[in-house]
Design a protein around this ligand. Structure first.
Ligand SMILES: [Zn+2]
Length: 141
């Protein structure tokens, strides 16, 4: 969450770079039917900048749930590990789709901690994904 909002141009650059998808839950703005928000990967309260390298596209729920965290507990080991960093970490190395694409699993400590902390299998989101999968819109390529 941020008080300073990125310029419309920067917002467009980031949206395009992130394929109009939430970098965390991979929801697509086009089928979610809403514009997404710009997330500070490192929150401003922890010294994160307003530069492109610290900004990403996120859905409102992921952004709200993430709050100002940069680390979380891996439910498997109990270790505190960094949250997934969308510009430094490869999504596919940390996460995998199950149940045809409606359910997300973490493959690594970072992936598992991020799935748990950001509640990436929120019941309402899983139900939406089931419809998106039926329609052939999800998961994104
Ligand atoms: Zn999201």
């Amino acid at each position: 969450m941020s008080l300073a909002s990125p310029s419309p141009v920067l917002r467009q650059v980031i949206s395009q770079r992130d394929y109009y998808r939430c970098v965390y839950c991979q929801s697509q703005a086009e089928i979610a039917g809403m514009q997404f928000t710009i997330d500070h990967i490192i929150p401003e309260s922890l010294g994160g900048t307003n530069e492109e390298t610290n900004l990403c596209l996120a859905c409102w729920d992921c952004n709200l749930i993430k709050q100002n965290r940069i680390a979380a507990i891996d439910p498997q080991t109990g270790e505190n590990v960094p949250l997934f960093h969308p510009l430094q970490d490869e999504w596919g190395a940390h996460f995998s789709w199950q149940q045809g694409g409606s359910y997300l699993v973490g493959l690594t400590p970072v992936g598992r901690a991020t799935v748990a902390a950001l509640r990436l299998n929120r019941p309402w989101l899983v139900r939406a994904r089931e419809r998106w999968v039926e329609a052939g819109w999800h998961p994104p390529a």
